[in-house]
Design a protein around this ligand. Structure first.
Ligand code: UD1
Ligand code: CA
Length: 453
């Protein structure tokens, strides 16, 4: 099939300079969600109709499999589809989706396509308690669809109809050009309505069928920030549900946000208020404490991530302990059983098996061997203001508290660094290194007192 996604509208009610279809749901543009669904249906042609913010939309979602049709003026949904027509394959049906309706399931669209097979015209409809604002499905006494009438054009009887047009339709393509060209805009809104194509199809002897989604929310669109927030909650609820079904423990399924892909092993437990972004993998038996933000990371089996840990790119081995308040940045690679504790930042650095930095440290551009103990307040001085350099610390080194390692520098296997040392020259294996300082003691010292005004 061809797929056309309508995305030319401005979205006035969003009250934003950003084109409506680029507003993020789960961290990605609304339109990207629609494109995901479209791609899952393996379309012959995939066309997005753009108008408002066309260049911005193109830039955000442009891809080799997407073609764009520009609708300079938004003269209605029928006019919008007309712009895409030259890009379509006339020999297969065309499915029309909306760039601001992001949660439609592939199975629902597949069912609609099946209902409309053999050249029928298919409309995805739902029956609502409150159909206000939507186009109504008008049927004859025999129950066959006759036409769709817009809210603004409907008479009192038609307004009572609860079955509405979701806007999603599938149509034969060969005759579509003729039908669209025959549309008139003699309606209340002065627009060329795609919905009027139903009557054209019927006149040409085409059967019009309807199909329903599994869930009402699949057809909800975004016109305002309230609706965007509502759909975000529905989406996050669906993600949480899927995680629970997969066996993940969520201490509160209403308090997790996944903005990307979260893949979990067996017996993973996630406490409240965690945000997952990009591609995150948690292996078996990982526990995540409350209030963690984890982006683009792969976490090894049995690892414990304590509260308020922030991970932005990183990889851990098995049984690592992170946090509370740890920070991993891109290129952090922690070996099995490593510990990175509170207020420790690790960037572009490798920790060997069992190495620990438990308190208040910055470890950047470093290669840390196995079983290294890094004392509180250790800083790798990796930057001279112009260039970055590496620090190498070999296996079984003991780094005393408040040490500065001025890179490039290498500390040999088994060496010990005394507390408060600035290491600016390489240290050989098994050496003790310290900076000479004297401790001066003065007896009977009197502290200053606050002057009276
Ligand atoms: C449309 C349907 C209505 C249905 C409702 C479902 C028509 C005439 N009416 O009404 O039956 O119940 O959707 O939400 O089709 N768009 C363009 N170019 C245009 C006009 C619209 O790209 O010239 C895009 C919009 O950006 C939007 C979508 O088409 O994504 C729907 O347009 P909108 O004006 O919101 O249609 P409705 O009046 O809601
Ligand atoms: Ca709408």
């Amino acid at each position: 099939m061809n797929i056309v996604i309508l995305a030319a509208g401005m979205g006035k009610r969003m009250r934003s300079a950003l084109p409506k279809v680029l507003h993020p749901l789960a961290g990605r543009p609304l339109l990207s969600h629609v494109l995901d669904v479209a791609r899952a249906l393996k379309p012959t042609r995939l066309v997005v109709v753009i108008g408002h913010g066309a260049e911005q939309v193109k830039k955000a979602v442009g891809a080799p499999d997407v073609q764009f049709a520009v609708q300079e003026q938004q003269l209605g949904t029928g006019h919008a589809v007309q712009q895409a027509l030259p890009l379509l394959d006339p020999s297969v049906p065309t499915l029309i989706l909306y760039g601001d309706v992001p949660l439609t399931r592939v199975s629902t669209l597949q069912r609609l396509a099946n209902a409309a097979s053999d050249g029928r015209y298919g409309v995805l409809t739902v029956t609502l308690d409150d159909p206000t604002g939507y186009g109504r499905i008008v049927r004859n006494a025999a129950g066959a669809v006759q036409r769709i009438v817009e809210q603004k054009d409907a008479n009192a009887d038609q307004l009572k109809i609860a079955e509405i047009n979701t806007g999603i339709v599938i149509t034969p393509t060969a005759q579509l050009g003729e039908w669209l060209a025959s549309l008139k805009n003699d309606n209340v809104q002065g627009e060329f309505y795609l919905t009027d194509v139903v009557e054209c199809a019927l006149e040409d002897g085409i059967e019009v069928v309807t199909s329903q989604p599994d869930e009402e929310w699949e057809t909800l669109g975004v016109n305002s920030k309230q609706q965007l927030a509502e759909l975000e909650r529905i989406h996050q609820g669906n993600v949480a549900e899927a995680l629970l079904v997969a066996g993940v423990t969520l201490l509160d399924p209403a308090r997790i946000d996944v903005r990307g892909t979260l893949t979990c092993g067996c017996d993973v437990s996630i406490d409240v208020n965690c945000v997952f972004e990009g591609d995150v993998t948690l292996a078996d038996n990982v526990t995540v404490g409350p209030n963690c933000v984890i982006r683009d990371a792969s976490i090894g089996a049995g690892t414990r991530i304590d509260a308020f840990t922030h991970i932005d790119g990183g990889k851990t081995g098995a049984n690592v302990v992170l946090g509370p308040y740890a920070r991993l940045r891109p290129g952090a690679v922690l070996g099995d059983e490593a510990h990175v504790g509170n207020f420790v930042e690790v960037k572009n650095a490798v920790f060997g098996r069992g190495s620990k930095a438990n308190h208040l440290s910055y470890i950047g551009d470093s290669d840390i061997g196995a079983r290294v103990n890094i004392g509180a307040g250790t800083i790798t001085c990796n930057y001279d203001g112009a260039n970055k350099f590496r620090t190498v610390i070999e296996d079984d080194v003991f780094v005393g508290s408040d040490t500065q390692l001025v890179a490039p520098v290498r500390v040999g296997r088994g060496a010990s660094i005394a507390a408060g040392t600035t290491v600016w020259k390489d240290v050989a294996e098994d050496q003790l290194v310290l900076n000479e300082k004297t401790q001066v003691s003065k007896s009977g010292y009197v502290r200053p007192t606050k002057k009276k005004a």
